[in-house]
Design a binder for this molecule. Sequence first.
Ligand code: UD1
Ligand code: CA
Length: 435
Amino acid sequence: MKNLTIIVLAAGKGTRMNSSVPKVFQTLGGIPLIEHALNSAKKLNPKEIFLILNKDISKENFKNEKLVHCFYQKKQLGTADAVKACLSELKKSKNKILVMYADVPFIDSRTLRNVINIKSPKEIKLLAFKKEEYNSYGKIILGTNGFVNEIIEQRELSTKDRYILCNSGVFCSNAKVFSQLLPKIKNNNKKKEFYLTDIFKIASQNDFYTKTVLGEEKEIMGINDKKELAQAEKILQESLRNKFLKKGVTMKDPDTVYLSADTKIGKDVTIYPHVFIGENVSISSGAMIYSFSHLENCKIGKNSSIGPYARLRPGADISDGAKVGNFVEVKNSTLGKGSKANHLTYIGDAVIGKNVNIGAGTITCNYDGKKKHKTIIEDDAFIGSNSSIIAPVKIGKKSYIGSGSAISKNVKDNSLAVERSTQMEIKNWSKKVKK
Ligand code: UD1
Ligand code: CA
């Protein structure tokens, strides 16, 4: 859509979040709020996205976003002032302009399509929703003609006033509306801020008209504090679970499975209760994920078996049919097809081939206090229980490591390596010990 520019406001102080992390970087389903908003914006295929930031947010964060142009709002003087950061561009533009807030993460592209459907340069379209209970959203006041007369922020209303049509913050108009009307917005209100919402009253007095499009609160909710963030997380988790249940994933107790917005799960995967799936995890079909497993930034192959109590950390790549059992941690390592690490093991910075058996209590000692080193264990090797594999080291194909060994030298293919002292036995010891 070459004639569409989207403005995303992300420069607010986020005071209500009470956090040292900027509000728009608070995560929902493992993904920052701003990314949720940008994902919805990108679905409309706009010509460009003007992202308004404050000085605490580096534009480096968005360097891979081709459509995004960053603008800085110097002082946080309100939402109208934020739009002024890109006003010089708007003055040159003949595009339709869609305004979105970065703290509104669930908005659907179909809803946005209804909002950008404006028929005349005089028309403004505003996304609204109805809510009976008391809330902090701006309230929309309609005129007798059905068009918006004004929006009044909740804090500017007296407690007796009661309106139920709420402002989502999302609206679309011709670029000219901004160049003509934005400079007219004043800050004579309780917060001494320039409210973008004042543009609707000024518009109605200047020959423009604003129509409302109704949406659902669930989709429009704005996230201002940790409580709202938690409520949004709950909604997102439920919708992610439903999405995967529909796709043929079995969850024994869906309410106890935590997913991320970018999680990928194939058909016939079974997830037992109490599993955490963080960012960037893909699970291929037929895999079993048992209870209390914690997975992040990892790949799980077909028909593999994970947990219970497994921890897959970033870079864990578990091949088809492999097994990672209880109290096993895998980081930045590949476990080849059909290989098994069934009990109490740490595998870090390792490449493990096919059909390898890693015995209980095996540790890859990857860190010497300064650097991380690599372990290579080739196909069909058998690592006896309670072995320390001291990297850098390579263990050849079909070789064996005797239990309890501390292996620091390479082991050739087909060999047996044992590193432990000979067993000593003192006969009749108990008889000699004085009681
Ligand atoms: C705003 C609306 C309110 C609406 C609600 C919907 C105004 C004045 N009020 O209220 O009518 O019901 O959103 O969610 O617009 N921001 C800046 N610079 C600033 C201030 C804010 O870029 O100086 C950004 C914030 O980062 C945020 C967005 O604008 O993404 C909205 O600001 P916020 O303070 O959250 O407004 P609300 O009080 O939620
Ligand atoms: Ca908000």
